[in-house]
Write a protein that binds this ligand. Structure first.
Ligand code: NAD
Length: 288
């Protein structure tokens, strides 16, 4: 199967950090993009954050204002799932919770055409188990972007047990057409990148809990001596602790409680206290 044509419409469900970024990527590639979110005003806020980001690019001379206007004109907030009927590809980027993802995608499946491709941006939930709640499990694959989606090149296309290989091929071709470096991954816990990255967060958190150094020092060391673009604590603040903690828990559970993936009580406390990182104004660092 070929890449989607740019006239074909894309829908993004969830207008948070990832949903807004993915919508920007698809609209920049030329697709009409619908954005749906259950939180009042969230779809509009997502578009406003895209507009702000594009404005910065115009100011830096990386894009002209006509290009910015064309991208923004392709984005439309919708207030009802029923409005997603014309979508050829629906990408969900909602809360990292299996039951909620299954429920939303089952609704979408009932609304959209039989050949509509369903994609999940899940960081760690098994694509096979999300698909198990669907009538057409073959139409679902993972389409896993990294944060921030417009900047990060990598996209994992994740095939579950039932994923039609033609759908995975179409997503690989589409993501490449969107300027991404797309790789095919099997639906193993955490897929590729989130599995490999677990020790980066986990050992950082253990060092902090053991009092080796504070988070700012550990981040600076990993940046300056380790050569990483970001240290583990600033990266977790960017990702969102609710999301990062949910991913750790899901990988830990999937490996039957393997100690290597043990979730951190420090991170659990941040989530309980609503200190989710940048998006809530406070995490390891204060952004207020
Ligand atoms: P977020 O909290 O920034 O945004 C989630 C959005 O989904 C919110 O606006 C919320 O109102 C909306 N939402 C929740 N339930 C909904 C529902 N039932 N229907 C419609 N909208 C709903 O979260 P995020 O960081 O954008 O993460 C979204 C997904 O992307 C998660 O599955 C996460 O694991 C994955 N992901 C996150 C990152 C990251 O770095 N944050 C990276 C890759 C993948």
């Amino acid at each position: 199967m070929h890449a989607l044509d740019t006239e074909q419409s894309v829908a993004v469900i969830g207008a948070g950090a990832m949903g807004a970024g993915i919508a920007q990527v698809a609209a920049s590639a030329g697709h009409p993009v619908m954005i749906y979110d259950t939180a009042a005003g969230a779809a509009q806020a997502g578009i406003a954050s895209i507009a702000k980001g594009l404005e910065r690019q115009v100011a830096r001379g990386k894009m002209d204002s006509a290009q910015r206007d064309a991208i923004l004109a392709r984005l439309s907030p919708v207030s009802d799932l029923q409005d997603l009927t014309p979508a050829r590809l629906v990408i969900e980027a909602i809360v990292e919770n299996l039951a909620v993802k299954q429920q939303v995608l089952a609704q979408v499946e009932a609304i959209c055409g039989v050949d509509c491709i369903l994609a999940s941006n899940t960081s760690s939930i098994s694509i096979t188990s999300i698909a198990a709640g669907l009538t057409r499990p073959q139409n679902l694959a993972g389409l896993h972007f990294f944060n921030p989606a417009p900047v990060m090149k990598l996209v994992e296309v994740v095939a579950g047990l039932d994923t039609d290989p033609a759908i995975a091929d179409c997503l690989l071709a589409t993501a490449r057409g969107w300027g991404k470096q797309a790789v095919l991954a099997k639906s193993t816990p955490g897929f590729i990148v989130n599995r490999l990255a677990r020790p980066f967060y986990a050992e950082g958190l253990r060092l902090l809990e053991e009092g080796a150094a504070d988070s700012a020092t550990l981040d600076a060391l990993m940046r300056d001596a380790g050569g990483f673009p970001m240290g583990p604590f600033e990266l977790m603040d960017l990702i969102g602790h609710d999301v990062n903690y949910a991913v750790t828990r899901s990988v830990f559970d999937a490996y039957y409680g393997d100690d290597r993936f043990l979730p951190s009580l420090t991170q659990q406390a941040l989530v309980e206290g609503g200190r989710l990182g940048r998006k809530s104004g406070r995490g390891f660092y204060d952004y207020r």
